[in-house]
Design a binder for this molecule. Structure first.
Ligand SMILES: [Zn+2]
Length: 308
C-alpha cells in the first residue's frame, strides 16, 4: 500500500478540524487539511496533482457538506499548491508574500524535470496564486473560531512559510516546517532558520501537529519529532562547516557523513540539497538549483523515487 492513492485519508483531529494524510509522505506526497465551522471553511493546502487534489476536496466535501470559503498555502511548493486551481473559483486564497512570488515564478508546474522517477504528471492544474498576501500574521475568523496564520519571522523551509494555528483545539498545521519520520528539506529556506523555527513551533504548545509530510503527531511524539529536527539541522550545520573547512564540495561533504539515526528516513539525498543551502548561505551566493539536484541524484544513484 506504500504511497498508493487509496491510502490517503481524512482524519478528524479536533472539532471540525480535518487532516488529509497521504502516505508515505515522500516526495510530492503532502498532507493538507481544513477547519470547518457553520460560518465557513478554511482549507489548508491542496495537493500536487489534479487527481490527488480532487480526491482530497471530494473527501472533505463529503465529510463536511461544505465548500471552502477560504484557503491558505503553507508555502510555495507544488505538492501543496498545484491543486489550488481545483478549489472553487470563489474560494479566497491566502499566502505569504514570498510564497506568492515563488509560485508565480515556479517553472515546475509547466513541466516537471526528470529529477524524479516516474516523472510526475500534474494533470489539468493551473497556476493559481493567492488573492491575499500576508507578511507576518493574519487571523481568519470563522464565526467565533480563530485560525491564526503565522510566519516564523525569516527563511526556514522556504522564505514564505506560514503555519495555521487553531488555538481553541491547539491544533497546529506546520506545513513543511515538520517532516515526521522523513528527511527534512530546507534547500529553499535556511538551515539555521529551520532550526530556530523548531523552537518557535514548540512555543505554540500544540496538542496535535499536522506535519507537511508524515503521520499526525500527538502527545510525546510532538517533542520527540521536534528534537529529531533539531539534531538533524545541527548535523547539517556541523557537516557544512567541516566540509567548507576541509575544501569539500557539498556532494563530497554529504558522502563523508554517517547519517546515523537518520539513515532510515526516506529521501535521504535531501542531505545534499540541504548542504547546498548551507554552502550558498555561507558564501552569500544564490543556490544553483540544477547543480544541487544533479548532486542529489548522484548521491542517490539515479532519479529520486516518487509515488505521486
Ligand atoms: Zn515543501
Amino acid at each position: 500500500m506504500r504511497g498508493t492513492e487509496d491510502a490517503a485519508q481524512l482524519v478528524e483531529v479536533g472539532s471540525g478540524i480535518h487532516a488529509w494524510v497521504q502516505p508515505d509522505g515522500s516526495w510530492w506526497l503532502n498532507n493538507a487539511g481544513a477547519i470547518t465551522t457553520p460560518s465557513g471553511q478554511l482549507v489548508v493546502d491542496t495537493c500536487a496533482t489534479e487527481t490527488r487534489a480532487r480526491r482530497f476536496l471530494d473527501a472533505l466535501s463529503t465529510a463536511t457538506g461544505r465548500a471552502p470559503k477560504l484557503a491558505v498555502n503553507t508555502h510555495q511548493h507544488g505538492d501543496h499548491t498545484y491543486g489550488n486551481s481545483l478549489l472553487p473559483a470563489g474560494t479566497v486564497l491566502i499566502g505569504q508574500e514570498n510564497m506568492r512570488e515563488g509560485l508565480r515564478t515556479d517553472p515546475i508546474i509547466d513541466g516537471c524535470p526528470p529529477f524524479w522517477s516516474p516523472v510526475p504528471d500534474w494533470g489539468d492544474v493551473q497556476r493559481r496564486l493567492p488573492d491575499i498576501t500576508v507578511t507576518d500574521a493574519l487571523t481568519v475568523h470563522l464565526g467565533d473560531r480563530r485560525v491564526e496564520l503565522r510566519h516564523p519571522g525569516g527563511p526556514a523551509h522556504t522564505t514564505g512559510d506560514l503555519v495555521a494555528w487553531v488555538p481553541d483545539e491547539r491544533v497546529l498545521f506546520t506545513g513543511d516546517l515538520v517532516f515526521a519520520g522523513l528527511t527534512p528539506l530546507v534547500f529553499m529556506g535556511s538551515v539555521s532558520g529551520a532550526l530556530a523555527a523548531v523552537d518557535w513551533l514548540a512555543e505554540f504548545g500544540p496538542r496535535v501537529v499536522v506535519p507537511g509530510h508524515g503521520p499526525i503527531l500527538t502527545g510525546d511524539d510532538i517533542a520527540r519529532v521536534l528534537d529529531e529536527h533539531r539534531r538533524y539541522y545541527r548535523l547539517i550545520l556541523r557537516t557544512g562547516a567541516a566540509g567548507i573547512e576541509n575544501g569539500l564540495s557539498p556532494l563530497e561533504a554529504a558522502r563523508a557523513v554517517d547519517l546515523g539515526e537518520f539513515a532510515g528516513w526516506a529521501d535521504a539525498e535531501r542531505l545534499v540539497l540541504n548542504l547546498h543551502r548551507f554552502y550558498a548561505d555561507h558564501h552569500d551566493s544564490e543556490l544553483d538549483l540544477i547543480a544541487a539536484f544533479s548532486d542529489a541524484l548522484n548521491y542517490n544513484g539515479g532519479p529520486l523515487p516518487t509515488h505521486v
